[in-house]
Design a protein around this ligand. Structure first.
Ligand code: FAD
Length: 316
């Protein structure tokens, strides 16, 4: 079987999600190629060429691939489809945008958010907000998968680079065009890949409290800030910080939940974190059922105290 992994990258740099998708592809078994589609993206292709398990990188370096709109990238993958039996992308915004279109054009099902691969046609994926793990056997000629990056280790980087081959980008059907990007800029680590996440819930009660109570702790820990949907819906933080079933699914080394009840939809986004710390004033809050360390306390006292003690130790 030959597998094509769609790279997640920022043109000049390859995202770790690609290395994780490559290691997932390794569990299917077969030859692994990586497709790097972008504009000015040779550096990302060079990084992909050094991932363990990869035998070839296809480089689609073309202005039509900038912004990676679903329509042209899916058309590119379809133009390559004859040489492959499986297509795989990380379950990122791009992967989730592009792969359903690939599956529809190939007239096969997509298997979404795969968390384990038991063979070339046998995949596990969570359903009902992660409360049930479904095992799917696919008899389709082409397997089209999105894989949850947090469920797979990153493929190692090797000293030897595999060949990079340029591929021709099909002419655009002109169905979509890029209008603009509105990016929130932050000095903090990106939520999806952060090792430590300090997350706040409705209990924070205002945007200002996120800035004055939670952010100093996050900054001292070098952590990303996350939030529950209730906090996002209340307008305390922007929705790109939402953790959960309808937000980001993350598995940091340390997740600190402050004033978050632990609804199943929130747990679906963070319960695979290696260590979970919960601060909540309700001893019966469901978050304590998944927490490794729980503190029954008022977050407005506990979080600043925690910060002061950490900052004191760090000498800041
Ligand atoms: P609450 O449930 O109101 O909990 C607040 C907590 O703060 C309570 O436990 C309380 O004891 C504690 N508290 C209050 N004051 C203090 C204080 N001073 N100090 C310490 N603790 C305090 N939610 C998500 O988070 N992410 C999702 O992706 C998501 N997707 C959803 C999808 C669907 C289809 C649906 C139906 C819901 C979804 N939700 C999601 C919403 C989810 O069900 C919960 O409503 C939400 O997670 C609750 O957020 P919260 O814990 O901040 O608020």
């Amino acid at each position: 079987m030959t597998i094509l992994v769609l790279a997640e990258h920022q043109d000049t740099q390859l995202d770790e999600a690609t290395a994780k998708a490559v290691s997932a592809a390794g569990r299917i078994g077969g030859e692994i190629h990586v497709l790097v589609a972008g504009c000015g993206c040779r550096a990302a292709a060079e990084a992909a060429a050094r991932l363990a398990g990869v035998t070839k990188v296809l480089l689609a370096d073309d202005p039509g691939m900038s912004n990676r709109l679903a329509e042209p990238v899916a058309a590119l993958i379809i133009s390559l489809a004859a040489g492959y039996e499986a297509f795989l992308a990380p379950s990122t915004t791009s992967g989730k945008n592009i792969m359903p279109r690939v599956a529809a054009l190939l007239d096969v099902m997509q298997i979404s958010d795969v968390i384990a691969i038991d063979g070339p046609d046998l995949f596990q994926r969570p359903i009902y907000a992660g409360n049930v793990i479904q095992t799917v056997r696919s008899a389709d000629a082409w397997k089209v998968l999105t894989v949850r990056a947090s469920s797979f280790p990153a493929a190692a980087t090797t000293a030897t680079a595999q060949p990079i081959e340029a591929v021709t980008v099909p002419a655009s059907a002109g169905r979509s065009s890029f209008v603009r990007n509105e990016l929130s800029r932050s000095e903090r680590p990106e939520l999806a890949g952060a090792r430590i996440v300090v997350s706040g819930g409705r209990a924070l009660a205002s945007a200002e409290n996120f800035t004055t109570v939670l952010a100093p702790l996050a900054d001292t820990l070098g952590a990303a800030v996350g939030a529950s949907r209730a906090a996002v819906d209340a307008g305390y933080v922007s929705n790109d910080l939402q953790v959960g079933q309808t937000g980001k699914i993350i598995a940091p080394d340390l997740y600190i939940a402050c004033g978050i009840s632990g609804a199943i939809q929130h747990l679906a986004g963070m319960k695979d974190s290696k260590v979970i710390v919960a601060i909540n004033k309700d001893p019966d809050a469901p978050i304590f059922q998944v927490a490794d360390y729980g503190l029954v306390a008022d977050l407005f006292e506990a979080v600043p105290a925690f910060h002061v003690s950490l900052a004191g130790r760090a000498g800041t």
